[in-house]
Write a protein that binds this ligand. Structure first.
Ligand code: NAD
Ligand code: UDP
Length: 386
């Protein structure tokens, strides 16, 4: 850790970070990185600490005096402002961010992603504290190309689909498609933060993650989350593979995504934390444009990788089609394609992702198999016995 310097060669001074949502998927990886590779201190705020327990206990850990957990629901806790005041930087990760909730719990989704984030922005602005806020790539909605006829050659032109922070429009579906409640709430909080920067001098950075995936993402239904719960696609497909059931392809699995390994993405966040002069006032896409697949291709690749890491043969029918109405209910809609433009993050932070989709799936599915295979076997044999 000694002699660490920023991108301009200046020594990095230890800071205190108030991390809200530290107990989630991204927060747990960011805490791990900050504890093992930096001298910074973390005030970890969340309603749950299951995913960072290994960093909090025992007290003999090398970083024991650099991380403390505060079990706080930011909706209604007066301790939040005090923690933001104690810190040099606040990182806000707290959100409802699973698509199955956007159309079925739209009010909770809007409150979580807009209303609950308001005091965080306000406390940072009033107290002159820097803020890194987590938004989403979903803010772009659908691509311009999605509105062209299927056979129109312009659909192949990057100008019609590459998503640029400072140029692309945000294109959402109609209000009755409640899927867009999340993207719309995230867009409004981005605009508010941007306006706080412009009018009141708030030092901010906005992060737009493009499908970050890896170990500890979401939950496996019936094992460490509700049996009826619907997590994001990595956990859905992992659950199917662990239980030897076909992977469900929503509306044909035609939507396209670019997936990035969580450890690559965390490198980008660390650069933002430690290079404020380069990161302040910017909105950053953080994704891997080289890892694009359709959801169907993702299912095929995960099936192959899982077979390799578990030693189990694949099913004869590895996937089945399911309608979005059946899978998510009324009001679901989808982003067609998500390719991040990397110009701004390349220029400001000289950052690029490294890990291929195959490699990131191999390490992630090795983790899923090691963590869950036995528990699933036991749960399945119990339910057959009953
Ligand atoms: P996550 O659900 O694993 O983590 C969110 C954490 O916030 C959870 O631990 C949750 O308990 C906590 N939280 C929620 N409401 C809270 C409240 N009221 N008080 C205290 N804690 C609260 O999700 P994640 O994947 O780690 O995502 C983190 C952020 O990144 C979110 O803002 C999300 O919208 C954004 N994001 C993530 C991805 C991705 O690829 N993972 C993609 C787009 C956007
Ligand atoms: N999806 C799917 N089967 C599943 C879960 C998700 O086909 O079991 C699809 C979903 O419709 C979407 C894509 O996978 O097109 C990615 O979904 P995810 O929940 O990860 O979030 P998103 O990228 O849409 O924010």
């Amino acid at each position: 850790m000694a002699g660490r310097v920023d991108l301009d060669g200046n020594p990095i001074k230890p800071i205190t970070i108030c991390m809200i949502g530290a107990g989630g998927f991204i927060g747990s990886h960011l805490c791990e990185k900050l504890m093992s590779e930096t001298p910074h201190k973390v005030l970890a705020v969340d309603v749950s600490n299951d995913k960072i327990k290994h960093l909090l206990e025992p007290a003999t850990l090398a970083w024991a005096d650099r991380i403390e957990f505060h079990r706080i629901n930011i909706k209604n806790d007066s301790r939040l402002e005090g923690l933001i005041k104690m810190a040099d930087l606040t990182i806000n990760l707290a959100a409802i961010c699973t698509p199955a909730d956007y159309n079925t719990r739209p009010l909770d989704t809007i409150y979580s992603n807009f209303i609950d984030a308001l005091p965080v922005v306000k406390y940072c602005s009033e107290n002159g504290k820097r803020l890194i806020h987590f938004s989403t790539c979903e803010i772009y909605g659908k691509t311009i190309g999605a509105f062209l006829p299927k056979d129109n050659p312009l659909r192949q032109d990057p100008a019609y689909y590459v998503l640029k922070e400072d140029a692309s429009p945000c294109i959402f579906g109609p209000i009755e498609k409640q899927r867009w409640s999340y993207a719309c709430a995230k867009q409004l909080i981005e605009r508010l933060i941007y306006a706080e920067g412009a009018e009141n001098g708030l030092e901010f950075t906005i992060v737009r993650p493009f499908n970050w995936i890896g170990p500890r993402m979401d939950f496996i239904p019936g094992i460490d989350g509700p049996s009826e719960g619907v997590p994001r696609v990595l956990a859905c497909f992992s659950n199917n593979l662990l239980r030897r059931e076909p992977l469900k392809l929503v509306d044909g699995g035609e939507s396209q995504r670019t997936f990035i390994y969580i450890k690559d993405a965390i490198e980008a966040v660390l650069l933002m934390i430690e290079n404020p002069a380069r990161a302040n006032g910017h909105i950053f896409n953080v994704g891997n444009p080289n890892n694009e697949v359709t959801v169907r291709q993702l299912a095929e690749m995960m099936t192959k990788v899982y077979s390799k890491v578990s030693g189990e043969s694949s099913l004869e029918t590895p996937t089945i089609d399911v309608s979005s109405k059946e899978f998510y209910g009324e009001g679901y809609d989808d982003s067609d394609k998500r390719i991040p433009d990397m110009t701004i993050i390349n220029k400001q932070l000289a950052w690029n992702p490294k890990t291929s989709l195959w490699d990131l799936l191999e390490s992630t599915l090795t983790y899923q198999h090691r963590t869950y295979a036995e528990a699933i076997k036991q749960a399945m044999s119990k339910s057959t016995a009953n």
